[in-house]
Design a binder for this molecule. Structure first.
Ligand code: ZN
Length: 161
């Protein structure tokens, strides 16, 4: 599991946590994307994210990136693509606080890959000021939903692109 913090201030002060799957939820999935991949946001989802109070909400990417374990992309590819995402989102008024991803292939049977809830549990623990029962997870797959419910997140299916 790899964690990158973009904004320690939000982690410390946010009262609501919104975790976001990346591929096919926040952006269109075009296969195992390297750092130069084209970014196409889910505009319907962005509209929903903008409806949250931007000062009280921490948005955290939580994603499986098995392309690393499969040898198709590097850790740096994922980190750099996520940083680009973070910058693009900021220009649209949404500030990502952090990103957590699993770099393993399914055959490695790691502890972090969704549907296991570990990455969501860690996301929750990174936040100290979250109101009770105010954590939400957006995703597109059954494995996202399973992880969300296991970690006591409110589950929301991402709107279609
Ligand atoms: Zn993993």
């Amino acid at each position: 599991m790899i964690i990158e913090i973009y904004s320690p201030e939000i982690l410390a002060s946010a009262r609501k946590l919104v975790c976001l799957d990346r591929d096919n939820t926040l952006i269109r999935d075009s296969g195992y994307m390297d750092q130069n991949a084209e970014i196409e946001f889910n505009t319907a989802l962005l509209a929903q994210l903008l409806s949250f109070d931007q000062h009280e909400t921490s948005f955290c990417l939580v994603s499986n990136q098995s392309g690393i374990g499969r040898g198709l992309i590097s850790v740096a590819d994922v980190i750099n693509l996520n940083r680009r995402l973070s910058k693009d989102l900021l220009e649209r008024g949404i500030r990502l606080s952090s990103s957590i991803f699993c770099p393993h292939s399914p055959s490695e049977n790691c502890l972090c890959r969704k549907p296991k809830p570990m990455m969501l549990n860690i996301a929750l623990r990174l936040h100290e000021s979250i109101d009770a029962s105010s954590q939400i997870m957006y995703g597109d797959k059954h494995t996202d939903e399973e992880a969300a419910l296991s970690a006591n997140f409110i589950w929301r299916r991402a709107p279609a692109f």
